[in-house]
Design a protein around this ligand. Structure first.
Ligand SMILES: Cc1cc2nc3c(=O)[nH]c(=O)nc-3n(C[C@H](O)[C@H](O)[C@H](O)COP(=O)(O)OP(=O)(O)OC[C@H]3O[C@@H](n4cnc5c(N)ncnc54)[C@H](O)[C@@H]3O)c2cc1C
Length: 530
């Protein structure tokens, strides 16, 4: 295999974004991901594309401005994935942040989002707030403020589309391929040693610029470089719970202040369910083995009950949980909320020339991060690269609007109308490519399960056109059937039957995939109380 200009380690949002930008600039690019695309931090986030109102309290005006500009870029370039979201901040007599503070914060927020396409904020009286969000705790309520940010319901798809965009521009995408060693000659990187985790096969990828975008594993990549490189991370854990819509939950999200500790937390309408989070505690545990604790689940439930007294949520209401670690820069004993969410780019000039590491950051700002990384890498490595175009070019599914796509989907007789919105929300302008599979095999128009709208055709498409390998890749990170109330268990049989017929999976493979799928979703399920 000929050498690459840029090797990117890690297929989360940052790695995929960097690979796409590099390939679009004409650089020979390889993306290496130990599991599937988007299998870690990016997936365990609150899925907001936001300026980060909270960061204003820490004086991070630059970060808020950058995030708000990127929010606009995403609303324009990926309208099927990133959609405007109204949020309400209720203000109580005893709130830490009073009406004037919240209103002023949002005034600055609006100023920083110059050229925004979403409405500005508005103040609500107590009565207006209760009319818009009838389930809110009324006692002590002074009023509320409503403002707009955006939500990426299927952040997995944002990563997949970045990887696809990279591949369409010529990049090599290798999933289930772990980087085991960074190769160096006289303090210059020359490539990486990799192992395919499915076949066990070991090989080498050569290249003189390596970008370490391994998220919470950034320090581990530095450890396999065989040089005494510094450690950067001071991770914190964030947990979410997923419940069904409860009495009082609305299409407007609630950004509330926790009564017990004053921390802000979100109650978000998401995927026809409600996503509640997050916690923020220091954590040095292995990111791959994290589970939500009873204390974290209890905290989120308690605080939701205090905000929506009639919600009726109990531990049994929790459909599933998820948690991840923020790969934040190590910042001593600082309060976790005060640790910057800005990204840092570190070049290991002396001991490993050509190696750069990404620390921290947000999903929201991944595109700008990628642009900065590539500008720096191209200049340091003296690579001939075109300038960055990712702010202007739509993601692969963002090339046609919703109405146009729905109109085209209506021409496929084997695709049920009930699945049209699902296909647009997941694939955008690429949805007709999925639907086209039903022309030759109409049975692929059959739904995989009752709830998600996902079709058999998506199983085939995921493997043939979107780098999926396992059943987990297909259900959890391509067709999104795995994010429903039952975590996709209801789709397993139908998906395997399609894979057997159209992808040649034999009985043994189907049994192994079903078992691996159940093992993959196990950490999201509640432990039985002892
Ligand atoms: C609880 C929580 C809530 C958040 N909410 C938001 C939010 O609402 N909005 C927002 O903008 N941001 C949010 N963030 C921040 C955001 O999720 C992260 O900053 C971002 O996802 C980091 O992406 P990444 O690509 O760097 O890391 P990851 O997504 O973790 O990707 C790193 C990848 O590297 C791979 N990898 C590791 N080691 C190797 C190896 N040796 N070989 C090959 N591959 C390897 C991993 O498998 C992984 O897929 C949140 C974070 C958390 C934890």
């Amino acid at each position: 295999m000929s050498p690459f200009d840029v090797i990117v380690v890690g297929g989360g949002i940052n790695g995929a974004g960097i690979a796409r930008d590099a390939a679009l600039r004409g650089l020979r690019t390889c993306l290496l991901e130990q599991g599937d695309l988007c299998n870690s931090t990016t997936r365990w986030s609150s899925r907001l594309i936001h300026g980060g109102l909270r960061y204003l309290e820490f004086g991070e005006l630059g970060l808020v401005h950058e995030s708000l500009q990127e929010r606009e870029n995403l609303l324009r370039n990926a309208p099927h994935l990133v959609r405007p979201l109204p949020l309400m901040i209720p203000v109580y007599e005893n709130s830490r942040r009073g009406m004037k503070t919240v209103d002023f914060g949002l005034y600055v927020y609006d100023l920083l989002s110059i050229g925004r396409s979403v409405p500005g904020h508005r103040r609500l009286s107590r009565e207006e707030a209760l009319e818009e969000m009838p389930g809110l705790l009324a006692e002590g309520l002074i009023g509320a403020v409503v403002y707009y940010d955006a939500q990426v319901t299927y952040v997995e798809r944002l990563v997949v589309e970045n990887a696809l965009g990279a591949a369409l521009a010529g990049a090599r995408i290798e999933t289930h391929t772990v980087v085991e060693k960074v190769l160096l000659e006289r303090n210059h990187v020359t490539g990486v040693e990799v192992r395919n985790t499915r076949t066990g096969e070991r090989s080498t990828r050569h290249g003189t610029a390596i970008v370490n975008a391994a998220g919470p594993w950034v320090d581990r990549i530095l450890a396999v470089a065989g040089r005494p490189l510094p450690r950067f991370l001071g991770p914190t854990k964030g947990t979410h719970i997923v419940v069904r819509p409860f009495p009082g939950a609305t299409a407007t999200a609630c950004y509330a202040e926790a009564r017990s500790d004053g921390r802000p937390f979100f109650i978000l309408p998401w995927n026809d369910l409600v996503l509640i989070g997050t916690t923020d505690t220091r954590c040095d545990d292995d990111p791959a083995t994290l589970r939500a604790t009873e204390a974290e689940i209890g905290y989120l439930l308690d605080e939701t009950r205090k905000t929506f007294p009639a919600c009726g949520l109990t531990r049994e209401s929790v459909l599933y949980t998820y948690c991840g670690v923020r790969p934040l820069p190590r910042q001593g004993l600082k309060e976790t909320a005060a640790i910057t969410r800005r990204h840092l780019i570190r070049h290991h000039g002396r001991s490993a020339r050509g190696l750069s590491s990404i620390i921290g950051g947000k999903i929201t700002t991944y595109r700008h991060l990628a642009e900065e990384v590539l500008d720096q890498v191209a200049s340091r490595q003296r690579l001939t690269a075109r300038s960055c175009t990712t702010a202007e070019i739509p993601l692969p599914g963002g090339e046609a609007g919703r109405d146009e796509v729905l109109k085209e989907l209506a021409t496929f007789t084997a695709v049920p109308g009930a699945s049209h919105e699902h296909l647009y929300a997941v694939y955008g302008s690429r949805a007709p490519l999925v639907a086209a599979l039903t022309r030759a095999a109409p049975e692929l128009g059959q739904p995989l399960c009752a709830s998600s709208g996902a079709l058999g055709a998506e199983v085939v498409f995921a493997v043939q056109a979107e780098f999926a390998v396992t059943l987990g890749d297909i259900l959890l990170r391509r067709c999104m059937a795995g994010l429903g109330p039952d975590l996709g268990r209801g789709a397993i049989a139908a998906a395997l039957s399609v894979a057997a017929r159209h992808l040649g999976w034999d009985d043994g493979r189907c049994r192994a995939e079903a078992a691996a799928y159940l093992a993959e979703i196990e950490p999201l399920r509640l432990l039985t109380p002892s």
